[in-house]
Every structure is written in C-alpha cells, then in structure tokens.
Design a protein around this ligand. Sequence first.
Ligand SMILES: [Zn+2]
Ligand SMILES: [Zn+2]
Length: 247
Amino acid sequence: MSMVAELIRTCARWALDFALPPRCAGCGTIVEEVHSFCPECWKQIEFLGDGGCTVCGLPLQATEVDTCAACLAKPPRVARARAAVAYGELSRNLAIRLKYGRKVAIARTMARYMAPLVDRSGDERILVPVPLHRTRLWRRGFNQSALVARELSRRLDIAANPFLLRRLKRTPPLKGMSPLQRRKTVAGAFAVRHKAAVAGKTVILVDDVLTTGSTAEACARTLKRAGAARVELVSWARVVKPSQLMR
Ligand SMILES: [Zn+2]
Ligand SMILES: [Zn+2]
C-alpha cells in the first residue's frame, strides 16, 4: 500500500475513534466512559490492587508482615512487581486481541488500570517494554507491550524507551518447565542497547502477561548488570494460582 493510502487509512481510523461512542473493551457494548468495562464484564474481572507482598505483590499469609517468606528468603531481582488483573478468560482475550490486532484502544484500557500501580516516587525512572525477538517482531509488526508502555508513558509522564532492551534469543513457552529449566532457557536472552540510558535509573518493565516471572528476572539481571539502580515490573494480567489467592 502506498504511503498516502496508509495515511488516509490512519486518519480515517482516528476520525472514527472520535465519532463513535466508547465501547466496553471486553465485549463491545456501548459504555459511558472511554477505556472502561461494562458492568457485566466488570464482574468477571478480578482486579489485584496494590496490596500483598511489597516485593512480588502476591497475597500475604497471616504470619507475614509486609514481605512474603519467599521474597525474604531469596529477594527477586525485580524489586517490585504488580499486575492489574488476574489472568482469566476476559483478561486473556484482551491480551490476545492486543497482540494480534494492534488495537490502541485496548492498550489504553490496560494502561488505565496499570498506571495506578506504578510507583512514581523518585525521578530517574524509565518505562521499558519486555522486547520480542526480531523474527517475531517482523512477523507481527509491533510489540504489544511497547504499545502499553507508550500509553503508560502518556498517563504517568515517565519516559518510555522501547529500544533499550533487545531480545537475542527466541525462547519457547516456559509453561510446564521446572524453575531451573526456565532459568536456563532465558539465560542470556536479553541485552541492553545503550548502557548510559539505564545507568543509575529505576527501570519499570512493562509486560502484558506475567506468568512465572522468569522472563522478567532475566531482563532485570541484564539491566542491573548494565548499571540500572532498581528494576520494577508492571503487567496487565498475572497468572495467579487459586492457592495464592486463598492464603
Ligand atoms: Zn462488556
Ligand atoms: Zn513476595
């Protein structure tokens, strides 16, 4: 397609965005507020909030004060991890639609609920999306986490840099692997492009779905080696085992 046709198409899409009433990000019914959910979808979403362990964000046991036993025993490299919602049918659908549909409206909805979970204290902060391997990026044309990072950057007025981290290895899905296998698989998978851009800063990793945390830990390791002072993470959805919510 020519540049002009592409431009016209983009403009038309913008015009539609302004002209049409806001729709629920979950099911598409018309809602009153932009980038929100209808009452039916709202009921299906489990918002995780900012409580729980100060480090990993998971619910605490009665005997734990503010940090869970696991984080005390072995502090993760990601010093603060938060997710907006529990991974479920609706949150998964949203993540999939963002991944394959490049829907900016979905990125905005996610960012709306992720933004309050980002710690804004201190000034040397930078948002960095978890990168895709270039072969995947070429095929898809965009990185869904970079879209979310851009929207978060707008909301929070924190700079975002989608090119700072690079994925060197294409990694298979980590689901079903043992913790050791996962660590081995993601070891050396990432590299920092501009060390000067992370030196002394707090890097906030942005991801769409947080599963085992191994990928984020591998990113954090690379970032800290490059001189980052601290690494945090904010994601849209998190896979939470029922036992973790019950405790
Ligand atoms: Zn809905
Ligand atoms: Zn913890």
